[in-house]
Design a protein around this ligand. Sequence first.
Ligand code: IPD
Ligand code: CA
Ligand code: CA
Length: 255
Amino acid sequence: MKNDLELICNLVRECGKFIKGIDRGHLHIDSKEGRANFVTEYDKQVQERLRTGLLEIMPDAHFVGEEGSTQKFSPVGKFFIVDPIDGTTNFIKDFHISSISVALVVDGEAELGVIYNPYTDEMFTARRGEGAFCNDKRLHVSSEPLENGIVVFGTAPYHEELKEKTFKLAYAYFKKAMDVRRCGSAALDLCSVAAGRAELFFELILSPWDYAAGGLIVREAGGLVSDMDGNELALDRPCSVLARNRVAQVLTCEG
Ligand code: IPD
Ligand code: CA
Ligand code: CA
C-alpha cells in the first residue's frame, strides 16, 4: 500500500499537470483584498481538487486553503494547510515560477510538507524527523556565510505599508551578500534555502499556506526558521518569515 506522503505527492503532481495544461487564452482574473492581489478561477479549481483528494487520503483531517475554507485552523487535530497556486501573479503572467504547497499539521506541529514546481517537475517533500528531499535527493542547507550567499526575499506585495521597509532590508542584504533574488513564490523561496541554492529568505508578512510546508522543509534540511523576531511561525494567522542556513548573518534595515 502507498503511504500518505506518496499519495499526496501523486495528487499534487496531477494538479501541477492541470496547471501547466490550462488554456491561457481564457484566464478570468478577479481582485482580492490589498494591492495587486489577484485570483483566477484556476486557483479555486485547483484548491477544490486538492481539498477533495486530500480528504479522501485522510478522511479525519480538516482543510484550510487560501481560496476560502469553511474550517478554521485549531492547534488540536489534523489540518491540511494548502496554497493551490503559490505565485499567482507569475501564473497570470505565464512566468513559469509557481508552486502548489500542501502541509499536514497535527496538533499544531507540521508533520508533512509537499511543494511542487510543475515547470521544473521538482517535488520537495519532508516528513518531520526524516529529512527533506527534492524528488529522491536528500536536501541540506548550505554552509556558506552571507558574503558568499544569495538572499531571496518576498516583497509583501499586497501590503503598501511594508514596501519601504522591505526594500531597505533587501538593500542591506544586497550590500553584504553576493546578490538578491525575488522569484514570486514564497514556497519555492523556502525550498531554495532548503536546497542550498540560497542562504537566506525573508518576507515581512506571509500567511500560513505560504510557509507551513516550506518551513518544515527548511528545518528538515537543517536550516533555521522563525518570524523576524525569532518566534515560532504562527499557523493560525499571518506573520513575517525568516529562513536561513546556520551561518548566514541576519541583518536589520540599518545593516
Ligand atoms: C504570494 C507569493 C509571493 C509573496 C506573496 C504571497 P500568492 O502568494 O508567495 O512570492 O511575495 O507575499 O502572497 O498570492 O501568489 O499565493
Ligand atoms: Ca501564496
Ligand atoms: Ca495562492
